[in-house]
Design a protein around this ligand. Structure first.
Ligand code: ADP
Ligand code: MG
Length: 135
């Protein structure tokens, strides 16, 4: 049975800065996640704080919001079979040191805070996140 989903993906500032945009996009396309929307933006600290508000009680929240607003990012809507879990698998663990071989964070992540990519963690959050960037 088919289960076509959409998820939000972000190429974070550390990866945009290192010109990894095309490599990361090719990796998604090769793994059957189609990029159906795409834009490069720079968001404000306020926008980052809204985007990451589920993390507002975490000790790293302020740094996280500063970081996501520190430089250009590429936001994309990826579509494919089980796109939410598929993208999470392709990204690997949050901490690049713990990420599995062959995952984006293993290949490109620098550290837990500069881990190159974001991906929605559920269908519900995916809808909220897609709407946040592509209204
Ligand atoms: P993920 O991005 O894998 O869904 P989380 O939603 O838990 O991870 O966290 C959001 C982002 O916050 C992570 O991608 C990472 O950049 C940052 N982060 C998570 N945990 C930590 C931590 N312990 N220290 C610093 N930054 C963190
Ligand atoms: Mg998350």
């Amino acid at each position: 049975m088919s289960n076509l989903e959409q998820t939000l993906s972000i190429i974070k500032p550390d990866a945009v800065e290192r010109n990894l945009e095309n490599k990361i996009k090719d990796f998604f396309e090769k793994n059957n996640l189609k990029i159906i929307k795409n834009k490069k933006v720079k968001i404000s600290k306020e926008e980052a704080s809204e985007f990451y508000k589920v993390h507002q009680t975490k000790p790293f929240y302020n740094d996280l919001c500063n970081y996501l607003s520190s430089g250009p990012i590429v936001v994309m809507v990826l579509e494919g079979e089980n796109a939410i879990s598929k993208n999470r698998q392709l990204m690997g663990a949050t901490d690049p040191l713990k990420a599995e071989e062959g995952t984006l964070r293993k290949m490109y992540g620098i550290s837990i805070d500069k881990n190159s990519v974001h991906g929605s963690d559920s269908l519900e959050n995916g809808k909220i996140e897609i709407n946040f960037f592509f209204k």
